[in-house]
Design a protein around this ligand. Structure first.
Ligand SMILES: Cc1ncc(COP(=O)(O)O)c(C=O)c1O
Length: 449
């Protein structure tokens, strides 16, 4: 029995008997039992394994770090004043209005309106319905197909899992649904093209164009893109790729949706990457960093022209009981205030992000590392077997093996296929980055043992 988590074995037994976890191989987890985390402060978590540096910010979301009293106080105050009231039927609450206004003011271009929800999946699902309604109202009911990419991650509902481009999210559920198209991702390393990634990116654009032509542009309503693909393996787009995809969407009058669930709120050193990379999206998807994960919330931001069409289009019959939940909105406002006051976005861009990238790039000569890549405070490290790249086989899951080794050296990182992914809280210091990469080094030094 561990001293750190009271009732650990009892909790593990209850967990085994009653709890189905998201994205978990239960047969593999049950013999040793689930990990239980108990407290968090800054970039550190504590649980039955002791103190761990969280190199993934929970699930790419705890941007302002754990234990922020400002958010706790804002939430408690709102709960005392008005714990809940919906935004249905001509009513709303002050935090929901203030958050919509703040997002509208901050977001790039004419993204002036927000539809609130509870998660990234719901925010993408909302976008899908808005796009269908918009196309119908514009007299283009045939534009119902949706274009995304291989390795994309847009969520897990039936429709958003159909947009996701990962076989393990689709095959068990008989997905994708009809009408969801997948273009190649600019994942140069996966096809051995990392030395000419830029050219490979343009080939992906050409393949996307071909797919659009084959399907018929007049049947495609929207293209969804994560500026940096996160859960698919931190795929950083090569120069010119995103701009060319944006041009393609415009050329064929396909709506362009930036899924910024991971990338917004400072992760890449900008409030919104759409602004930094001039993507001019018609819709933008937010969640995660919106509240730094303190309470669940998603937002679908739509441009003024789309909002105008919707508002003239009659009754908007969409929304969740908790759309614009006042407590979540209060948490989001307090979170955004911390980001602003502590200049976390600017620090990520000018100081901590570049330092993190420098330290990450030092791994490029390591014998167990095939590639490192990243931008701002997100990064990935492709791992290799002892025999090198030629011996890499599907199903080796070196990332899963590597992440477990790094965890036993004191840091949580994410294993995906054969890679490690990193996305620490933006409050991380240079010393803590050193500490995180020291754990990573000790872990991968033991990868083959
Ligand atoms: C880019 C992106 N979109 C959507 C989602 C889905 O968000 P949620 O898990 O909150 O439903 C995620 C989650 O990781 C994501 O990374």
């Amino acid at each position: 029995m561990s001293r750190k988590v009271p009732h650990l074995e009892e909790l593990r037994k209850m967990d085994r008997e009653h709890h189905l976890h998201p994205f978990t191989d239960h047969a593999a987890m049950h013999p040793s039992g689930t990990h239980i985390l108990t407290t968090g402060k800054g970039v550190y978590l504590e649980g039955e394994e002791g103190k761990l540096l969280d190199g993934l910010a929970g699930l790419w979301c705890v941007n302002v770090g754990y234990g922020r009293k400002e958010i706790v106080d804002a939430v408690a105050k709102q709960m005392q004043e008005l714990s809940f009231y919906p935004s249905f039927f001509n009513s709303t609450t002050e935090p929901a209005v203030r958050l919509a206004e703040r997002l509208g003011r901050l977001a790039p271009g004419d993204l002036n309106y927000s539809v609130f929800s509870n998660s990234g999946s719901e925010a993408n699902e909302t976008a899908l319905k808005i796009i269908r309604q918009y196309q119908i109202l514009k007299g283009k009911p045939n534009r119902m197909k949706i274009l995304t990419r291989d390795y994309a991650y847009h969520g897990v509902t039936l429709a958003t899992a159909s947009m996701t481009g990962l076989p393990n999210c689709q095959i068990p559920y008989g997905l994708p649904l009809p009408g969801f198209l997948h273009a190649p991702a600019p994942y140069a390393y996966a096809v051995g093209r990392e030395k000419d990634a830029e050219a490979y990116g343009q080939e992906c654009v050409a393949a996307t164009k071909k797919l659009i032509e084959k399907e018929g542009p007049e049947t495609i309503g929207a293209m969804f893109l994560e500026p940096v693909q996160g859960a698919g393996g931190v795929i950083v787009p090569p120069p010119g790729y995103l701009a060319a995809m944006r041009t393609l969407a415009r050329e064929y009058e396909i709506l362009f949706v930036a899924d910024e669930v991971i990338t917004a709120f400072g992760r890449l050193g900008a409030w919104f990457v759409s602004e930094m990379w001039d993507l001019k999206p018609d819709l933008m998807i937010l969640a995660k960093g919106l509240t730094s994960g303190y309470i669940s919330m998603g937002a679908t931001m739509v441009s003024q022209p789309i909002a105008d069409v919707l508002m003239k289009g009659g009754y908007f019959a969409h929304g969740f009981t908790y759309s614009g939940h006042p407590v979540a909105a209060a948490a989001a406002l307090a979170n955004m205030e911390i980001l602003k006051k502590e200049k976390l976005v600017e620090k990520t861009k000018d100081k901590v992000g570049p330092y993190f990238q420098r330290r990450l790039m030092e791994f490029s000569g390591h014998p167990a590392v095939g590639e490192v890549r990243g931008v701002g405070l997100i990064g990935a490290m492709e791992l290799l077997p002892k025999g090198g790249r030629k011996d890499l086989k599907p199903g080796m899951n070196l990332g899963i093996v590597g992440a477990a080794k790094v965890r036993s050296e004191g840091a949580i990182v994410r294993g995906i296929r054969d890679l490690l992914a990193f996305a620490p809280p933006l409050v991380i210091t240079e010393g803590e980055i050193d500490e995180m990469f020291a754990s990573v080094r000790r872990g991968i030094d033991k990868l083959w043992s």
